[in-house]
Design a protein around this ligand. Structure first.
Ligand code: KG4
Ligand code: ZN
Length: 354
């Protein structure tokens, strides 16, 4: 029997286990994370080593530095995750890892480490799509949550409205045609001199600004009312600042941040609610780094409350990249009998498939 066949057999037996312990690795961007998750819902440990302080000096993530840093810390992060969970490697049931999308060199570090662990410990390996991980963060935050629901995914690389019809089953209702919401936040933060990472900095500055100070565009796309476009908004902010600078007029950074954020939040909330009503759903969950945004959370609360729609949002630590969300997504894939071969590779661009 080949290694893969042996692991398939092991995976089939997992369904009969009361306790399925998954060690999960995430290294798609600038966080090295490892977590131990029980039965897809209970986090025994979730170690996150952030590289923010290193990339700050460059105003953004430098891919080559990110890969090297992941290599430096990954073994230590895995050891810490096992220690904190008080779990011996021998008691693990499977290894899950983000295989894409993300920075290819960064992903490769997690994928290689996971393959070595799986082979060395004779455990099934499961490659997880990063966005499936973000969505699954909600299964950890809300242990009773079951599909179907609508998920607004807003991260540094993605902006999508997804109809989650079952575990691992996705229908993309709307997506960005150009920049992701997080990308727009990071770019605007940079031109406003707020530094990296941009999202939290704009969020913070916006709290002190007037959201009505500048009427930035809210793009409507005729052929799909649920699609987004943020590049025009980003350019509008840049042009607005250039115009003021050329006329040597002063501006209030906080007002620009608040007005930009208002435009982003307006379209995210409006389209998500519209898609939810169109599909007759009653539950919205939020996912991804931008889901930590205070204004987006408040407005989503307000608008869903008005309409009797239930809103679920993970705590900020589960919104941004972490290993626990990968452990949850990996668990549900394993329960469906899915595993990856040891030839699993990192894939920088890959759509979320059912
Ligand atoms: O999900 P994530 O950690 O990584 C990706 O998969 O991309 O998301 C990172 C993105 C960055 O663009 C960051 O600026 C943004 O999430 N972000 C925020 C906030 N916290 C993180 N954007 C707006 N407000 C926040 N509070
Ligand atoms: Zn992410």
């Amino acid at each position: 029997m080949t290694y893969f066949e042996q692991m398939k057999e092991k995976t089939a037996l997992l369904k009969k286990n009361d306790d399925v312990l998954v060690l999960a690795l995430e290294s798609s961007c600038d966080e090295t994370s490892a977590a131990v998750v029980r039965n897809g819902r209970e986090v025994l440990s979730n170690i996150i080593a952030s590289q923010i302080d290193i990339h700050k000096a460059y105003g953004g993530v430098v891919p080559e530095i990110a890969s090297r840093k992941h290599v430096d810390v990954i073994n230590e992060v895995v050891e810490q995750a096992l220690d904190q969970a008080s779990i011996d490697k021998k008691n693990l049931d499977a290894i899950a890892v983000t295989f894409g999308p993300g920075l290819v060199g960064a992903l490769l570090v997690g994928v290689s480490a996971a393959k070595a662990l799986a082979f060395g410990l004779s455990l099934p390996l499961i490659g997880v799509h990063h966005i499936e991980g973000h969505i699954s963060a909600n299964y950890i935050e809300y242990p009773d949550l079951e599909p179907p629901f609508i998920c607004l995914v807003v991260s540094g690389g993605h902006t999508q409205i997804i109809h989650v019809t079952n575990y691992g089953q996705y229908e993309v209702i709307g997506r960005t045609r150009d920049d992701a919401a997080g990308e727009a936040y990071d770019k605007v933060a940079r031109v406003l001199g707020l530094g990296y990472p941009g999202g939290p900095a704009v969020d913070c500055a916006a709290k002190k600004g007037n959201p009505q100070a500048v009427d930035f565009p809210r793009v409507k796309l005729k052929d799909n009312p649920y699609d987004f476009s943020f590049s025009g908004l980003k350019t509008a902010v840049i042009n607005h600042l250039h115009n003021l600078e050329q006329k040597a007029e002063a501006y209030i950074t906080e007002d620009i941040a608040a007005s930009f954020q208002e435009a982003v939040v307006d379209v995210l909330v409006e389209k998500t609610i519209k898609a939810t009503e169109m599909l007759g759903q009653k539950k919205i969950v939020m996912a991804g780094g931008v889901a930590a945004n205070s204004s987006l959370r408040t407005r989503m609360d307000l608008e869903t409350n008005k309409r009797g729609i239930k809103l679920l949002k993970p705590s900020p630590i589960l919104c941004t990249d972490n290993g626990a969300m990968i452990g949850s997504a990996g668990y549900y894939r394993l329960m469906q009998g899915e595993i990856s071969p040891l030839t699993l590779n990192a894939v920088p661009y890959i759509e979320l498939k059912s």
